[in-house]
Ligand binder design. Structure first.
Ligand code: RIB
Length: 308
């Protein structure tokens, strides 16, 4: 079983499903609203947990009642949360999301709240957890303080450090060379490199720029065009699996959770990309973020149908 540490965010997602998205100054009636567990750190942790990993999530919630949406959910999927903490200094992170029913695409506004209170001391307090882990992952919904601490501990104990650079922020220079795997989507890759990605050649050029900054392995997720991988010796592309999408919220998180689980189990990169592709493909067929993550059996079933 892969042992994973995630230092990241937790949010409660308040999602309105609508027929059309209002423009500035416009008011439209939507269809229905759903309150559900989210946050990129939490979603990726849940994806890994559902895929069979042993996950340590280091994150911070508020002491408010809305945090129960998260704790009730973790209890319902038997995910331990012994390493999460609470603060009175801010409310639990909230994401206001609109999902357009026709396209399944989302627009997300985050109020980070307690996620910004997660600090280096919170991470160092869990140093013992890093000793026998397989993979450490972070995203960019916290400040860089806990991320740098997680990266330093990953390096200290010689564990692969994965950064999902979402949502995009320029990285501190010292972080680049600590990243073993970076997993931007097309728009994040474009922000980092200036390369507009319309095809695999563009993805390769963007990956080369990211490698030149000191990252060891680059994985660019390309939506319906699959995923592109490149390091100094090898590159590959895995096609997306076409599914009937109803909600793409958390699809990138599903991919990351699946990838770290597979890498943590010692699978090859090619195999891990396929496993992650299956995880993400199933997640878009269901509403919500954390609640849409597939079980190990579901991932393996799609994997054997699609790749064997
Ligand atoms: O990646 C999807 C997530 O982004 C949502 O769950 C929302 O909370 C935001 O963090």
């Amino acid at each position: 079983m892969a042992k994973i540490i995630c230092v990241g965010s937790v949010n409660v997602d308040i999602t309105g499903y609508c027929y059309a998205v209002p423009e500035g100054g416009e008011t439209l009636a939507g269809d229905f609203v759903k309150t559900s567990p989210g946050g990129k750190g939490s979603n990726q942790s849940v994806a890994a947990h559902m895929a069979g990993a042993d996950v340590t999530l280091i994150a911070k919630m508020g002491t408010d009642a809305i945090a129960n949406v998260l704790t009730d959910f973790y209890a319902s999927v038997d995910m331990p949360i012994d390493h999460m903490s609470r603060t009175e200094a801010a409310g639990t992170g909230i994401a206001l999301i609109m999902v357009e029913k026709k396209t399944a695409q989302n627009r997300v506004l985050i109020i980070p709240g307690a996620n910004l209170e997660l600090n280096a001391a919170d991470v160092y307090a869990k140093e013992a957890e890093f000793f026998d882990n397989d993979v450490v992952i972070c995203q960019l919904e916290t400040t860089f303080e806990p991320i740098m601490a997680a990266a330093k501990l990953a390096k200290k104990y010689n564990k692969p450090f994965v950064l999902n650079p979402a949502p995009y922020k320029e990285l501190p220079e010292a972080l680049w060379s600590m990243i073993d795997y970076i997993t931007p989507n097309e728009s994040e890759a474009r922000e980092f490199t200036g390369v507009e990605i319309n095809n695999i050649d563009d993805a390769r050029r963007a990956a080369e720029v990211l490698l030149s900054r000191g990252v060891k392995n680059v994985i660019i997720t390309l939506g319906v065009n699959g995923v592109f991988f490149k390091n100094a010796e090898f590159e590959t592309h895995v096609d997306a699996i076409r599914m009937n999408a109803v909600d793409t919220t958390g699809a990138g998180d599903a991919f990351n959770g699946g990838f770290i689980t597979a890498i943590g189990e010692g699978k090859s990169v090619e195999d891990a990309l396929r496993f992650a592709t299956c995880t993400s493909a199933i997640s878009v067929t269901r509403k919500g973020a954390a609640a849409s993550m597939p079980t190990r059996e579901e991932i393996e079933e799609l994997y054997s149908k699609h790749f064997n």
